[in-house]
Design a protein around this ligand. Structure first.
Ligand SMILES: Nc1ncnc2c1ncn2[C@@H]1O[C@H](COP(=O)(O)OP(=O)(O)OP(=O)(O)O)[C@@H](O)[C@H]1O
Ligand SMILES: [Mg+2]
Length: 235
């Protein structure tokens, strides 16, 4: 099993050496838990290793992603210019929450993304977040089938390792919005904000990771300038 470095300080030891290559993983968490920063950090590490990376922005305009990265001390503009990093803006397709009624063919959007990734030798992909690509208003058996197909095509046709972020409602114990993504994907990383001695701390844990041994302990982490997500001690 070939593994890749996540680029997240202190994280790969929880995976006994890194993320199994070529599969799709869910990065799940409530709003503000660090999903976007985690994903960008993963891509930027790939770039530092000479890899080509793609970030699919669904909730945020690329300008905002660039600005927020800059605020953290990450200047991604040179990578966008060199083509090492590509931000694909699909926010326009999801301007309305009702993608079913708006005439958008989400399948086409996905096909476009995947053919770009395949034809350009992209090895790291982040879809942030994945939920809008899922027809949550379709009937249940179709959603199950659709998600399996989506994850299957991301894992099988692209040759790259994918992070898909998934937001969960505040206070919920769920790890995904539809409740099927977690079964279909190859692994789940959960980010949380928990109360400990009257202080809120950030925690990270691995719920599942096919094909590798994992440390199930939850760790506290910080989000620091330049370094991004940095793991601290077990909690
Ligand atoms: N420049 C910065 N310096 C320090 N901490 C920051 C900085 N930028 C963001 N953060 C912290 O990271 C948190 C947000 O991280 P991020 O945007 O990755 O969360 P998210 O899980 O993607 O949120 P959402 O669900 O809203 O998309 C912020 O709430 C803030 O606490
Ligand atoms: Mg985000």
């Amino acid at each position: 099993m070939e593994k890749i470095d996540s680029g997240i300080e202190g994280f790969d030891k929880l995976l006994y050496g890194g993320i199994p290559k070529g599969r799709a993983y869910l990065v799940s968490g409530e709003p503000g838990t660090g999903k976007t920063i985690f994903s960008l950090q993963y891509l930027l590490h790939g770039i530092s290793l000479g890899e080509k990376c793609v970030y699919i922005s669904i909730d945020e305009k690329p300008e905002h992603v660039i600005m927020d990265a800059e605020a953290l001390g990450w200047n991604i503009t040179p990578f966008l210019e060199s083509g090492a990093l590509q931000i694909i803006d699909v926010t326009q397709y999801f301007a309305t929450s009702d993608t079913k009624g708006s005439g958008i063919d989400v399948n086409k959007v996905i096909d476009l993304i995947l053919s770009y990734v395949k034809n350009n030798g992209v090895s790291r992909l982040a879809i942030d977040p994945v939920a809008p690509l899922i027809f949550s208003d379709a009937d249940f058996p179709n959603v199950v089938e659709y998600i399996r197909k989506l994850i299957f095509s991301v894992e099988n046709n692209t040759g790259c390792t994918t992070l898909m972020t998934s937001y969960v409602p505040v206070g919920s114990e769920k790890v995904s919005s539809v409740g099927i993504e977690e079964f279909a994907c190859s692994g789940i990383i959960t980010l949380k904000l928990v109360k400990l001695n009257n202080k809120r701390i950030r925690t990270i844990g691995i719920r599942k990771m096919r094909g590798t041994r994992i440390d199930l302990t939850e760790y506290s982490f910080e989000i620091l300038p330049d370094r991004g997500v940095v793991l601290r001690q077990p909690i």
